[in-house]
Write a protein that binds this ligand. Structure first.
Ligand code: TRP
Length: 338
């Protein structure tokens, strides 16, 4: 008889990486940076969520390209495949089985309240079933590996809450004495303020206001030139705390540099053009080593595929053990392996 697959008390870090567009500096400060740091300390399962991306991406070439791009970005930023697992979500198709089981435990009313669903509909996306059920697939993503710690951006708080409810519902219905699923916690770094996009709204692919992690040259200069500022003239004092360029500089510049710029703002004679030049330098500098590694990875796609393959193998082993127990508990008879 299958036993409980997860060791109580063990920290397992789990998170999904979007593959619906090029990763930007909002993704970096909101999640990627924390992912890279945590995988050094704990066993981690990070997957590129191409099933989730299908709720909006309808082009095979685009989905494929963004999936590989996300993998390369992670490796370039320092993800260590000898310590942790990086893989493509759809390489663990068992996920869909768990998702079905969770569907049958989830009240429709809970999903109707999900703000990210309502937001996407408000932006004009069509209400397909995938979009509606997105949080349940996310719950499976986390629970199938026995995830306990989920590093995400603050906008994912509600999805993690839905995951916790789902785990509780399953445990309560099928194994109250000996719960299978740990109840995971969101790991949200609150000190990271919302990263503003070039129009001042939250940086988000859907607003088209992003700066890519690896933007450089003309593309980067142009994005930065378009950052919205007020019309205070060059000689006049400026308020750093209401300015978008300064808000971005805060993320990149060290304290000494930042203080220097703050004083220049307050004193006057320092224009937004100066601040933008500084920001461009800071971004280029911050990602310089990663940009170099990325170039190498782009030249070695087989290596990237090997990393993903090995990560998926490890993930499938864990998911398999989980599903054996789940089938047993729910009464799904299996006749294999014969
Ligand atoms: N919905 C998450 C986001 O938009 C991505 C995601 C999918 C995820 N599955 C996950 C995050 C599981 C954490 C855990 O960022």
């Amino acid at each position: 008889m299958p036993v409980n697959p997860f060791t109580p008390g063990e920290t397992i870090v789990v998170s999904g990486i979007q593959s619906s567009g090029t990763l930007h500096i909002g993704n970096y400060f909101g999640a990627l940076r924390q992912h890279i740091a945590l995988q050094k300390a704990h066993p981690s399962y990070y997957f590129i969520v191409n099933y989730h991306a299908m709720t909006t991406v309808k082009d095979a070439g685009e989905l494929r390209a963004h999936t590989l791009d996300a993998a390369i970005t992670y490796l370039a930023l320092g993800f260590d495949p000898d310590r942790s697992n990086l893989f493509v979500q759809s390489d663990v198709p068992l996920l869909n089985e768990l998702t079905w089981i969770f569907f049958c435990l989830t009240p429709v009313s809970q999903l109707e309240k999900a703000t990210s669903y309502k937001d996407k509909i408000a932006q004009g996306l069509s209400a397909n079933c995938g979009l509606f059920n997105y949080p349940i697939l996310q719950a499976s993503d986390i629970l199938i590996y026995g995830g306990t710690t989920v590093p995400v951006g603050a906008d994912q708080r509600q999805h993690i809450e839905i995951t916790r409810n789902t785990a509780q519902r399953f445990n309560h219905s099928f194994c109250p004495e000996d719960p299978v699923f740990p109840i995971p916690e969101a790991y949200i770094v609150d000190s990271v303020a919302v990263v503003p996009g070039i129009d001042g709204r939250k940086m988000s692919k859907s607003y088209g206001n992003t700066i890519g992690i690896f933007d450089e040259g003309k593309v980067l200069s142009q994005r930065i030139r378009r950052i919205v500022t007020d019309s205070t003239p060059l000689h006049a004092p400026k308020d750093p705390d209401t300015d978008n360029v300064f808000a971005l500089l805060r993320l990149f510049a060290d304290n000494v540099k930042l203080e220097e710029i703050r004083e220049a703002y307050l004193k006057g004679g320092y224009g937004y053009g100066h601040a933008k030049k500084e920001l461009e330098q800071q971004i280029l500098h911050h990602f310089a080593a990663a940009r170099e590694r990325r170039r190498e990875l782009l030249a070695h796609p087989d290596y990237v595929m090997d990393v993903l393959r090995q990560g998926a193998r490890n993930a499938r082993l864990r998911a398999d053990a989980c599903m054996e127990r789940v089938r047993e508990l729910t009464g799904l008879i299996t006749t294999y392996p014969a």
